[in-house]
Design a binder for this molecule. Structure first.
Ligand code: SAM
Length: 253
């Protein structure tokens, strides 16, 4: 089994594949869409097994297009939607976030939690802008430095993992540069990482290793996750996910 299949196997049974929380998704919904009864077309990009799509689908008149490039995750999302009676509100689409088959201005809201880093924040916000009308909303979470400086070990670790990691001021500047006006920003609290994401993952390590007969590749997957968790536990005052809500504005030449 290759590394990608191993990652799918480790994460597929989880409620979420990255840091986040229902209350925090609700907070972003409140910032972006205070009128919950409006008809809305929402694309949830990099939806995983549906942590945010299944909440967004509860908005009375929302229609969700849930996009991921992993069919395995979308199948889980479809089963979860069916068991919650939400199948009619969610359409899944298997495809890559850098090559979406959407018409210009097709969505009122582009939503993406813990996923835009796969193509990079700047590339993503630039590419996705055309799917929104002027006034349409982008809601995106992105790993963010919480302070102006940080310990060198931490800086080195994250710059190797994701060189685009930066402060909120820099992320907001990127949004403004690419034709968005910031509406709101907040930081995911520690429980979104620990209770909602890392602890449930840690509880799956043993069965995961057993399933793969303790193979070297499976051990390497677990070791990389353990390193990431240790980094977070040690340095959590310095970074988190920022949740950015921004509105598309007319870009002056
Ligand atoms: N939004 C979900 C959540 O918060 O639980 C999933 C977050 S997970 C960290 C990132 C997701 O992005 C995964 O489901 C992964 O399959 C998806 N992904 C990665 N690269 C992608 C790409 N190029 N196109 C579409 N989806 C992608």
């Amino acid at each position: 089994m290759d590394d990608y299949q191993l990652l799918i196997d480790l994460h597929k049974s989880a409620d979420r594949q990255g840091p986040g929380g229902d209350a925090e998704t609700e907070q972003a919904i409140f910032l972006a869409m205070p009128d919950r009864s409006k008809p809305l077309k929402i694309a949830d990009i990099g939806c995983g097994t549906g942590a945010s799509a299944l909440l967004l689908a509860r908005l009375p008149k929302a229609q969700i297009t849930a996009v991921d490039f992993l069919e395995d995750f979308l199948e889980v999302l479809e089963d979860r939607a069916a068991s919650m009676g939400l199948s009619e509100k969610i359409t899944t689409l298997c495809g890559s976030m850098d090559n979406l088959p959407f018409q210009d201005e097709a969505y009122d809201v582009i939503w993406s939690e813990g996923a835009i880093y796969n193509i990079g924040f700047e590339k993503g916000v630039k590419a996705w802008r055309r799917y929104l009308p002027v006034g349409g909303l982008l809601v995106v979470s992105e790993i963010t430095w919480l302070t102006a400086s940080r310990p060198p070990e931490l800086q080195k670790y994250w710059e190797a993992e994701y060189p685009e990691i930066d402060t909120a001021a820099s992320k907001i500047a990127v949004l403004e540069k690419h034709g968005y006006s910031p509406v709101g920003y907040f930081v995911l609290p520690a429980h979104c990482w620990l209770e909602n994401y890392y602890r449930p993952m840690q509880n799956r390590f043993k069965e995961f290793l057993d399933r793969h007969k303790n193979s070297k590749a499976a051990q390497a997957v677990v070791e990389a996750e353990i390193r990431e968790i240790k980094m977070y536990e040690q340095y959590k005052p310095y970074y988190s996910y920022g949740v950015y809500v921004a509105k598309k504005v007319d870009q002056q030449p």
